[in-house]
Design a protein around this ligand. Structure first.
Ligand SMILES: O=C(O)CCC(=O)C(=O)O
Ligand SMILES: [Fe+2]
Length: 258
């Protein structure tokens, strides 16, 4: 039976939400199907199972993460250089460097084994708000990317699994690059399915503009008279818009559409 909002009488009381999401097995999808438009502060993970607070106890492998971020810098720079060349951006000055890779964030995603994977989602369909995302995934799998309609295969299945390959990184184009390239590079819609057999871990590095950067299609892209598809937006406003709503496919980018 479909859940109703009455099942979750108080959305801010963690024990009620835990009961609904985990013990009753509705999952986070159940919450959204019940009509909840924003998630309560504490949900899913019972307090005793949460990772320690970073501000008080430090990350379990902070040094390794920082070193990993440092090591990926070369590949990020190289990728952006190549991508920029195709847009006729041959010189990456300070302003462009900031808009392309002025801030970075690393996440540690942990997907616990799920007793009812069909009743929930791992991560809902979305595109990243980054310029690029450099994703390291373990051997479990579960990441899917959406193939654009014109590339659709005959069997109508346009979600393609991204199989884990030892020693490889997954590179996603994000919305910021879609905006700055005036749509020449398209951010990839993706999702992660829950897994009933094992835990899964992924480590994305989000390469972003600085929050105070104004992002818009690069003048070089519009030089031949091409019409701008996107207006100038303050990057922090763009990110705020993303986090204000539930994952909704590729709709975030409409925020910058002219
Ligand atoms: O876990 C993954 O493979 C992808 C996670 C993801 O899409 C994200 O963190 O934005
Ligand atoms: Fe993502």
């Amino acid at each position: 039976m479909a859940p109703t909002l009455a099942n979750i009488t108080s959305t801010t009381e963690p024990s009620k939400v835990t009961e609904f999401v985990i013990h009753k097995g509705f999952g986070v999808k159940g919450l959204s199907e019940a009509g909840l438009r924003s998630l309560p502060k504490q949900y899913i993970q019972p307090i005793q199972e949460r990772a320690p607070d970073r501000s008080t106890s430090g990350w379990p492998c902070g040094d390794e993460l920082l070193e990993y971020m440092k090591k990926t810098e070369t590949v990020i720079k190289k990728l952006l250089e190549v991508l920029m060349k195709r847009l006729n951006v041959t010189k990456i000055d300070k302003e462009k460097e900031s808009a392309l890779m002025g801030s970075k964030r690393i996440n540690l995603n942990y997907y616990p084994i799920c007793p009812n994977p069909d009743l929930t989602v791992g991560v809902g369909r979305h595109s990243d708000v980054s310029t690029l995302t450099i994703l390291l995934q373990d051997e479990i799998g579960g990441l899917y990317v959406k193939v654009e309609e014109e590339e659709e295969t005959n069997n109508n299945n346009n979600w393609v699994h991204v199989p884990p390959m030892k020693g490889s990184l997954v590179i996603n184009i994000g919305d910021a690059l879609q905006i700055m390239s005036n749509g020449r590079y398209k951010s990839v819609e993706h999702r992660v399915v829950a897994n009933g057999k094992s835990d899964r871990i992924s480590v994305p590095i989000f390469v972003n503009p600085r929050p105070s950067d104004l992002i818009a299609p690069f003048p070089q892209v519009l030089a031949n008279g091409e019409k701008a598809l996107y207006k100038q937006v303050l990057y922090s406003d763009y990110v705020k818009h993303f986090f204000r709503k539930a994952h909704d496919g590729k709709q975030t980018v409409d925020f910058a559409k002219i």
